[in-house]
Design a protein around this ligand. Structure first.
Ligand code: 9MR
Length: 351
């Protein structure tokens, strides 16, 4: 027994502990990660640019852990293009500059979405040619502005409704169902090197929405529309079944496209209980879901692993609390910016 332990130690130290080496009793575990930056694929977070500017502790966690950043809000239509003739770049430019200085990738979110539109768009009076020009101009101005600096874009976000039909968004209404394809073409023209994603939520709800999304994406691909990847938001919770979470990830990879888990968080209060407290049982359940998701993703072909992005950084900053008006703790860092068991679940999933 002693001899075996000594052998394990030698194998660990010399890095010779290959599986199937014959004399190797147990392959040694890879060394524990010092930070999520060391993951085999880019691990990222959506960030609140105001907090990046104002809160040192927040920026420190982002810099230490993540090598990809998404603007939680600063690259949305309403933020970048509040008036027909006005573009406001300062927050988004700040993030791009931060990323350049800290060796991080920037993922752009999002060009065409039914939500977070400025009133000049929702009130826009124009025929279909004028709407087409509006969409094209927005995409090409924004993608062109960040050309070479934003590696990838969620070109179209949430075009599919829960029942699998195309959502009746202003875009769908004024431009017809093929606006999705044209949005990708306009984006490609503006930056031929940016990776272009279709991003949506609900792949893990079950087959109805998942199949509709996959059909949309596969249809674009087979027509030669320039789509590079599929984004799974995965705003999920501890009650979602492992089978549905795994199916969301593995079926997305069957498209052959890049797969980005683009907005991950795991809520522990799916029933929105007002008085809930964070017990260790909830933390353990959350850790298990993070581990399952990361492990399933990590098993995809390396060439398809674009990355995993959590939706914000700490529980103090999550959108979930505002949305449910309830206590929740969906992220890997707690309100004090410390690692939670969920973080350990991610690390275990990466090994
Ligand atoms: O977290 C974002 C929140 O701060 C914004 O108020 C909201 C509306 O723009 O969008 C939230 O982020 C959403 C993302 O852009 C798209 N997928 C769902 C996210 C959570 O609602």
């Amino acid at each position: 027994m002693k001899a075996l332990s000594f052998l394990s130690l030698i194998l660990l130290l010399t890095g010779c502990g290959k599986k199937g080496a014959g004399t190797d009793p147990e392959p040694p575990l890879p060394p524990a990660l010092g930070s999520l930056r060391e993951a085999a694929f880019p691990f990222g977070a959506a960030v609140n640019v105001n907090l990046m500017r104002s809160t040192t502790a927040y920026q420190q966690v982002v810099t230490r852990e993540y090598r990809s950043v998404t603007a939680e809000n600063a690259m949305k239509f309403r933020s970048l293009h509040p008036d027909a003739a006005t573009y406001t770049w300062s927050d988004a430019d700040y993030l791009v500059q931060y990323a350049r200085q800290n060796n991080s990738r920037v993922h752009g979110h999002t060009l065409i979405w039914h939500n977070s539109l400025p009133s000049w768009v929702t009130n826009f009076q124009g025929d279909s040619a004028a709407w087409e020009n509006l969409m094209k101009t927005h995409i090409q101005t924004v993608v062109g502005h960040f050309r070479g600096q934003v590696a990838s874009w969620d070109v179209v976000n949430e075009a599919v409704a829960e029942d699998g039909t195309l959502r009746p968004s202003p875009w769908r209404q004024h431009l017809g169902p093929d606006y999705v394809a044209r949005a990708f073409q306009y984006a490609r023209q503006a930056d031929p090197d940016a990776k272009l994603f279709y991003n949506d939520y609900g792949h893990e709800y079950g087959p109805t929405k998942r199949t509709a999304i996959l059909n949309l994406v596969n249809g674009l691909k087979s027509r030669g529309i320039p789509i590079d990847g599929i984004g799974l938001q995965l705003h999920t919770n501890i009650n979602r079944s492992d089978a549905n979470l795994a199916a969301a990830i593995t079926t997305a990879a069957q498209t052959g496209l890049l797969v980005h888990i683009s907005e991950l968080d795991v809520a522990v209060n799916p029933d929105n209980q007002a008085g809930l407290t964070l017990t260790s049982a909830l933390q353990t359940a959350q850790k298990a879901k993070y581990k399952l998701i990361v492990q399933t993703y990590n098993a995809l072909p390396a060439t398809q692993r674009f990355g995993i992005t959590t939706w914000n950084v700490t529980d103090a900053d999550t959108w979930v609390r505002g949305y449910c008006s309830c206590p929740d703790w969906p992220l890997p860092f707690n309100d004090q910016y410390q690692k939670k068991p969920a973080y350990d679940g991610i690390v275990e999933g990466l090994q």
